[in-house]
Design a protein around this ligand. Structure first.
Ligand SMILES: NC(=O)c1ccc[n+]([C@@H]2O[C@H](COP(=O)([O-])OP(=O)(O)OC[C@H]3O[C@@H](n4cnc5c(N)ncnc54)[C@H](O)[C@@H]3O)[C@@H](O)[C@H]2O)c1
Length: 304
């Protein structure tokens, strides 16, 4: 049966695909964002409540909102959402000064988690990032601690965006413990929208793979991210969890992931056998615990 799900940041690049996927699964969605959904066809299917989630009062109030604007308001009235999927935030460094990146992201994550827990919403899913592994926005050339990059690898970034995400993860861990709720952190790889397989970045992933350590030679298709969010909503009782949210395979045509990694990161230890074209950032946990099965491998869409 469809659930009532609040998606935050649903007007953004990832959020629009996540909302479309969740609607297609029969869920009822409310989008909370600072701005409207740009795609008019999607905007027709979901209400956007404009709120600044770095403001606690707006966050509490927004999570208590009706999902649809009708005259009069219809049932269900005053029913809390079943889950919150929190994607809103500054999606990288240097969109705004660092102190604002930190303020906006850390406060929004705190406010969402606190409001959900205090109101009695028992499932929160939120977007962290593989940048927490410290390579993407390092000052200088830094290596991953080991491959595959699974969720046990130390998250010790030096940049403000990733530090704000690490703070969000710790907030989530503490509140999940205090309130006994499920909070699932998704460490997203670079989110690839369908049109991007034909664009420069993906072409460069394939043709100049040595350039893409920052993305961990891994990605998440925006529609497959929708599936992961849906699986996270459907899977109860795991408490606090961190999942890498990436697709299955490496983003280039090297014949062996292990040989490729040995050539581009010779100092980095490889801690287990890896599949022939396995992504260096591991999605084993999200497949095993949430039952994720990728529907959008990049080779289906890419042509050089
Ligand atoms: N795009 C990626 O490759 C990527 C990779 C890793 C993690 N992430 C994370 O995924 C999430 C979504 O990323 P995206 O690429 O869709 O970003 P985006 O910038 O396209 O969308 C983010 C949305 O959040 C909204 N927002 C920002 N601050 C807000 C606030 N205070 N209150 C309400 N809404 C607010 C924005 O208006 C925007 O619509 C972010 O949390 C980002 O950090 C993205």
């Amino acid at each position: 049966m469809g659930k009532r799900i609040v998606v935050t940041g649903g007007s953004g690049a990832a959020g629009q695909h996540v909302i479309a996927y969740l609607l297609d699964q029969g869920h009822d969605i409310l989008n909370i964002d600072l701005v409207p959904i740009p795609d008019p066809r999607l905007a027709e299917r979901v209400h956007t409540l404009r709120a600044d989630l770095s403001d606690s009062g707006q966050t509490f109030n927004a999570l208590c909102s009706h999902f649809h604007l009708t005259e009069p308001f219809r049932e269900p009235l005053r029913q809390l959402p079943d889950a919150v999927v929190h994607l809103a935030g500054y999606a990288r460094n240097m969109m705004v000064p660092d102190n604002e990146t930190f303020r906006g992201n850390a406060l929004s994550m705190y406010n969402i988690v606190e409001a959900a827990c205090r109101l009695g919403i028992r499932k929160v899913i939120f977007a962290s990032s593989i940048t927490v592994y410290g390579v993407s926005f390092a000052e200088g050339d830094v290596d991953y601690p080991s491959f595959p990059v699974d969720e046990e690898v130390d998250a010790n970034p030096m940049d403000t965006y990733a530090i704000s995400k690490v703070c969000g993860e710790r907030i989530a861990r503490g509140f999940a413990r205090r309130f006994g709720v499920d909070i699932y952190v998704l460490r997203l790889g670079r989110v690839v929208a369908p049109h991007e397989y034909a664009e420069d970045m993906f072409r460069s992933y394939v043709q100049e793979p040595e350039r893409w350590k920052a993305h961990g030679w891994s990605y998440i298709d925006a529609r497959d991210l929708g599936q992961i969010c849906d699986r996270a909503v459907a899977t109860d009782g795991l408490g606090y969890q961190i999942f890498n949210a990436v697709n299955d395979t490496i983003t280039n045509n090297s014949p062996s992931t292990v040989e490729f990694l040995k050539s581009v990161a010779p100092q980095t230890p490889i801690t287990r056998d890896m599949g022939q074209d396995e992504a260096p950032v591991s999605n084993r946990k999200v497949r095993e615990l949430l039952g994720f099965k990728e529907n959008h491998p990049w080779r289906r869409y890419y042509s050089s």
